[in-house]
Design a protein around this ligand. Structure first.
Ligand code: BG6
Length: 466
């Protein structure tokens, strides 16, 4: 529905932007840092590796000063487990000191650090030692790592995010575990680890708030057929609810569990696991949103011949024979990389999350990744990004007017960083980093047009959308 008057953003709303360690820090082996699975993964041909990225490790002070100039009161970043525990278990004082400095620098400007504990970058040592999340041991190692983070940073960080986009890792990188049963077993270990991380956070630091950070999006049926509607409901269950019902209620969605059991691929869940899942309670839900998904029903038979496209999880083109296959939505706008532009989908997602879970929400990613052009006069005219963000911020305001409790907007990304699969050419930032895929140039920080625009949005608490 349309409103005649929209409610304002609440007082104290968090305005900022996001990043992740392996995509922006560089310094991949400096000051004792160990390799993560990201450093060990093969690089997509034609794109940058993770060795230097945006060189944020060395330039974080300059970057945070620019965020302050943009009037941020929030910055979301992740801690690299391998920086503070290079082999996944042994502490590295230099790495620990680094994040103290980053957090202190944020605080100096009144910027609230929102800290992701895990953003895709498992220590390679644990992968080699026992196969990473496939093994239950990973739960304990993750909790020990969280304990160090809480002990060190708990007195100066208010918001912790457990695991970034567990759903994308489970769905799109599951093949590494060899079978569907193992895929869901590894995912189950991660869910238990997340719950234990939330329990530990509350025990050690009752003043802190902690929540999950999956990639959540509304799911549309491709047609109005009943079968496609059921397919949309099923995909929503597998893609979204599996990760949030377990986090919030401590239960797996029932139909999904029964479907897995029928196929013989359900994870083994102990009584103790259920206890842990039940006892972990998020204080809020953080979620990343890039555009709603669309699916149609596909039978076992037909589904066998439809290949999933797992080359890039942003394409989201998965097939689950006997359930659904994702399709391109001709009615949805797209960026040049084929990512959906769907602000209404954001409003729907916000409403669904609020109605299901009744927990405060924060958007920890949303953004427009495209190649920007640095003009000869040193400017970057990214009006497409301004338009994208403006429309999504407006959708947030509509959802707030609907009654949703949203307390922050932290788009992707604060400054340019290396995309998960498409290099530095696919830029999301408000700040241009002067480097190419392989030519590191001078790595100068350059304010894009969106920088000036977003500075006004933040300063006006979302009133001035330009
Ligand atoms: C999110 C991830 O899925 O999307 C980020 O949390 C990622 O790490 C972002 O960079 C944008 O995706 P991409 O593939 O364009 O980098």
């Amino acid at each position: 529905m349309d409103y005649r008057t929209l409610k304002p953003f609440p007082e104290g709303f968090l305005w900022g932007a996001s990043s992740s360690a392996y995509q922006c820090e560089g310094a991949w082996d400096e000051d004792g840092k160990g390799p993560s699975v990201k450093d060990a993964d093969p690089i997509v041909p034609g794109t940058s590796d993770w060795k230097v990225t945006s060189d944020h490790y060395h330039r974080f002070k300059e970057d945070i000063a620019l965020m302050a100039e943009m009037n941020f009161n929030e910055f979301r970043f992740s801690i690299a487990w391998t920086r503070i525990m290079p082999d996944g278990v042994t502490e590295n004082p230099k790495g620990i000191a680094h994040y103290h400095e980053v957090i202190d620098e944020c605080r100096r400007y009144g910027i609230e650090p929102v800290v992701t504990l895990y953003h895709f970058d498992l220590p390679q040592a644990l992968q080699e030692k026992y196969g990473g999340w496939a093994d239950r041991q990973c739960i304990d190692d993750f909790i020990n790592y969280c304990r160090v983070c809480y002990r060190e940073y708990g007195s100066k960080v208010r918001y912790f995010l457990t695991i970034n986009e567990q759903n994308m890792m489970a769905l799109f990188q599951g093949a590494q575990y060899g079978s569907e049963k193992n895929q869901w077993q590894a995912n189950h270990h991660m869910l238990v680890a997340q719950s234990k991380a939330m329990i530990l956070c509350h025990e050690m630091m009752p003043q802190c708030k902690v929540g999950p950070a999956p990639n959540i999006t509304a799911i549309y049926p491709a047609t109005s057929s009943p079968a496609d509607n059921l397919a949309a409901m099923d995909w929503d269950q597998l893609r979204n609810r599996l990760f949030l019902d377990t986090a919030v209620f401590g239960t797996y969605p029932e139909a999904l569990l029964n479907w897995w059991k029928d196929k013989g691929i359900a994870p083994d869940i102990t009584e103790e696991d259920y206890e842990d899942l039940k006892n972990g309670h998020p204080d809020f839900i953080a979620f990343n949103y890039y555009g709603a998904g669309t699916v149609r029903y596909v039978s076992e038979e037909e589904g066998k011949d439809i290949k999933s496209d797992t080359s890039n999880f942003m394409s989201g083109l998965m097939t689950y024979p006997g359930m659904c296959t994702a399709v391109k939505n001709p009615l949805q706008e797209k960026t040049s990389y084929g990512m959906g532009i769907d602000p209404i989908g954001l409003r729907i997602t916000l409403r669904q999350l609020w109605e299901r879970y009744h927990l405060p929400l924060i958007i920890t990613e949303n953004g427009c990744g495209v190649p920007d052009t640095l003009e000869a006069d040193g400017t970057v005219h990214d009006d497409y990004r301004i338009d994208y963000l403006r429309r999504h911020i407006r959708a947030c305001q509509e959802a707030i007017t609907d009654g949703v409790e949203l307390f922050g907007y932290s788009p992707w990304s604060a400054f340019d960083l290396v995309s998960t699969h498409q290099g530095i050419t696919k830029r999301y930032g408000f700040i241009y980093i002067n480097r190419d895929e392989f030519d590191l140039k001078d790595m100068a920080r350059i304010r894009k047009d969106s920088f000036y625009w977003y500075a006004k949005v933040c300063a006006s608490n979302g009133k001035d959308l330009g």
